[in-house]
Ligand binder design. Sequence first.
Ligand SMILES: [Zn+2]
Length: 222
Amino acid sequence: MRLFYYAIFFILINNCYSMDFYRIKVYEILCRDCGEAEIDCNKFFENNQSINESLLEFPVGFKNAERFYIAQNFGEINPRFRNRYHLGEDWNYIGGGDSDFGAPVYSIGKGVVSMTKDLGGGWGKVIRICHRLSAEASTKLGINYIESVYAHLSAFHIQTGDIVERGRWVGSIGNSNQAYPSHLHFELRSALGEDLGGGYESEIPIFYLKPSLTIDSLYSSE
Ligand SMILES: [Zn+2]
């Protein structure tokens, strides 16, 4: 009998990244730190004072979101995820379905890659990038830092620790091993290195930013 419980426990642990309804609960309980950053960005910026960003661009559609639209907005309540708030924006190509599979995902600004991990299940391949804002941009937005999160990717084109420029092709759009139609789940945060979380919460934590609004406020059309 004891062996039976061990077996169940083992199965639960191994399913902790899975994406279906029942398993999402398990994911929340057991994978709280699965998406932990691999680099301490606060320390990194202390040692790299010259790295900052004053302008931002969109992560898809030739860096200006051309031919892309937001299929699910930030803060939208999703009944499929127990009526919790969506903490990012889901970017889709106008062609629908998997027509954007493999399309480039760009870094919204200069920064350091703090995580490139394949979390499987609902998250898939995830990139986290830390950005420090220039003095001017900080004043404009009222924050000093932004962390950008790019999820469900099909490929990584950078590594953890890379310093990337604004507009750098960092990953490609994917569908988390066919968990969804292809799209980019994209989050922005005003705090660095917070828990990756589950993409949805019953209350929106204070450090989450509305992605498009934030980018629009500093948008570069170069
Ligand atoms: Zn999403």
